[in-house]
Design a binder for this molecule. Structure first.
Ligand code: NAD
Ligand code: TYD
Length: 344
């Protein structure tokens, strides 16, 4: 099978490409990525370096998913499936400036859908998020029929893309599917998201800025388990269907932070409580009965193993994140945390 993976130089996309090459010896992948601040070709260095037969299986194209001419020219070359990971993915940045979120996440998805339709593709997978459902109270879980109620510009743009994807199935019969996964963690995650940000800050004895009271809950899944779920959806999912994917692992941000500090033998005095994120969703929890029952998917990792592996990876790959943390992305963070640290 020849797959177009978009956003393959990011966190989940790069883990997915590695997963596919390790699982299927005869699949080839075209990776279309704009290489924004979050895209990094180092994430796929060993794939690039593998033997020449593998090189024939892997092609990288630097480009934007909103570029319809480029997307069209890639898909017409025997691509059988599109998996759309490309996105602006960070809630805090969407609060700072939402325009690029609409451009990439909504318009980019529309461009991909049109090209997939034009060339009669038999699989289009939109990689979405549980954040489109909004926020939960203390009880209950998101199911695939929970009404969409996105609260951040990021989740609103992802919900827009989901609805467009759904409409291409209903209106044109495009065999499109949507996956909605909970919070991922693991190797190669850009150190702006909670877990890698706190691991790398703790390693360098910097403060860990917990938003609000630190009691917001997320459902954590190890990235490889997300990849295996997408693999199942690619091969066995029913067109027009939404599949929730989750880790069955609810933890408060304070719990996550303390676990990281324990793993690194660092003191809790590194924790600083800062002003809350505006519109901060209180709790996410995913009911993933459907993918488990209908496609036979199951997770391999429990949190205890996954977080140990993640901390070990950041320990062993300090040059990967040092380059990022000292680069230009610091400007956004300096401004953001100066604001968060201001007393109300
Ligand atoms: P990421 O920010 O690490 O990577 C995004 C990638 O997309 C980068 O390589 C970037 O260069 C590329 N990209 C951005 N704009 C582009 C454009 N216009 N054209 C081409 N490429 C572009 O994100 P991630 O955490 O790997 O998330 C991947 C997908 O999974 C996203 O769609 C996200 O909404 C979804 N998701 C993420 C999580 C999570 O916990 N990280 C959970 C559920 C769903
Ligand atoms: P994040 O990794 O940004 O993912 P998302 O907002 O998509 O769930 O944040 C996870 C949780 O951690 C969220 O409740 C916000 C919180 N958080 C902090 O408390 N401090 C931080 O510096 C960051 C980045 C996140």
């Amino acid at each position: 099978m020849k797959i177009l993976v978009t956003g393959g130089a990011g966190f989940i996309g790069s883990n997915f490409i590695r997963y596919i090459f390790n699982t299927y010896q005869d699949y080839s992948i075209v990776n279309l990525d704009k290489l924004t601040y979050a895209g990094n070709l180092e994430n796929l260095k060993e794939i690039e370096e593998q033997d020449s037969s593998c090189k024939k299986r892997y092609t990288f194209i630097k480009g934007d998913i909103t570029d319809s001419k480029l997307v069209d020219s890639i898909i017409e070359k025997d691509v059988e499936a599109v998996i759309n990971f490309a996105a602006e993915s960070h809630v805090d940045r969407s609060i700072d400036n939402s325009r690029i979120f609409v451009e990439t996440n909504v318009l980019g998805t529309q461009v991909l859908l049109d090209a997939a339709l034009k060339h009669g593709l038999n699989r289009f997978i939109q990689i979405s998020t549980d954040e489109v459902y909004g926020s939960l109270g203390p009880d209950g879980k998101f199911s695939e029929t929970t009404p969409l109620s996105p609260n951040s510009p990021y989740s609103a743009s992802k919900a827009g893309a989901d609805l467009l994807t759904r409409s291409y199935f209903e209106t044109f019969g495009l065999p499109a599917l949507i996956t909605r996964c909970s919070n991922n963690y693991g190797p190669y995650q850009f150190p702006e998201k909670l877990i890698p940000f706190f691991i790398t800050n703790a390693m360098t004895d910097q403060q860990l800025p917990l938003y609000g009271d630190g009691q917001n809950v997320r459902d954590w899944i190890f990235v490889e388990d997300h990849c295996s779920a997408i693999d199942m959806v690619l091969h066995h999912g029913k067109p027009g269907t939404i599949y929730n994917i989750g880790g069955d692992c609810e933890k408060t941000n304070a719990e996550i932070t303390k676990t990281i500090l324990q793993e690194l033998s660092k003191p809790e005095s590194l924790i600083t409580y800062v002003k809350d994120r505006p519109g901060h969703d209180r709790r996410y929890a995913i009911d993933c009965t459907k993918i488990t029952r209908d496609l036979g998917w199951s997770r391999k990792y429990v949190f205890k193993t996954g977080i140990k592996e993640t901390v070990k990876w950041y320990n062993e790959n300090q040059s990967w994140w040092n380059k990022i943390k000292t680069g230009e992305y610091q400007d956004f963070y300096k401004r953001w945390y100066e604001d968060r640290n201001k007393q109300e």
